[in-house]
Design a protein around this ligand. Structure first.
Ligand SMILES: [Zn+2]
Length: 188
């Protein structure tokens, strides 16, 4: 079935939210300050029910089982995870949910990470103060092009040892499949 990239991302995120365990949902909620979720709701970026808002205000949102009213938040949270991912990666993920999809259009404009050289950032202001999903290099902005605590050379050295910059976790081969890298045909 042919779908636009945005349709495929929406479908994949719905599948993902639908299959998330209560424990995983809880983990996401615990990591996100309540104010952030409330701000998203007040700005109408997510539509939380009255009940969902009440649970947040009473700080009862982290009790298991996680209430359905928060699915809009999980959707918003997880949807962005597909930004800059290869079309083929999204298609493969959808296959795991028994959806055979061919994405009919190209990806959003991307910038290459200075450290790992994978295309993990948006362009212009979209990239400012965001972190590389692979190596954790922070993009910064015009005034501060390197807000990282280490030099680019040190960061590149860590990447060559397969380590992320801050948590020093090993970089999985799975995440490397997700993004285009320097020299990929599709991106050049
Ligand atoms: Zn990187």
């Amino acid at each position: 079935m042919k779908k636009t990239r945005i349709e495929a991302k929406i479908l994949l995120t719905r599948c993902w939210v639908g299959n998330l365990s209560d424990e995983s949902k809880l983990e996401i909620l615990v990591r996100t300050p309540i104010e952030v979720i409330l701000d998203l709701a007040y700005a109408c970026i997510i539509e939380l029910s009255e009940n969902g808002l009440e649970l947040l205000k009473k700080k009862k949102h982290t009790e298991l089982p996680i209430h359905k009213d928060f699915d809009a938040f999980f959707f918003e949270h997880l949807f962005h995870d597909w930004n800059y991912a290869k079309n083929s990666f999204i298609e493969n993920e959808l296959k795991q949910y028994n959806h055979t999809v061919k994405i009919s259009d190209g990806m959003e404009p991307v910038s290459r990470c200075l450290c790992c050289e994978y295309y993990t950032f948006g362009v212009g202001e979209e990239a400012d103060w965001t972190e590389c999903s692979i190596c954790e290099w922070m993009w910064g902005d015009k005034n501060d092009p390197n807000p990282n605590l280490i030099s680019l050379e040190q960061a590149k050295h860590l990447f060559s040892e397969n380590k992320r910059i801050y948590d020093k976790k090993k970089i999985s081969t799975e995440i490397l499949k997700k993004y285009h890298k320097k020299g990929d045909k599709e991106i050049c």
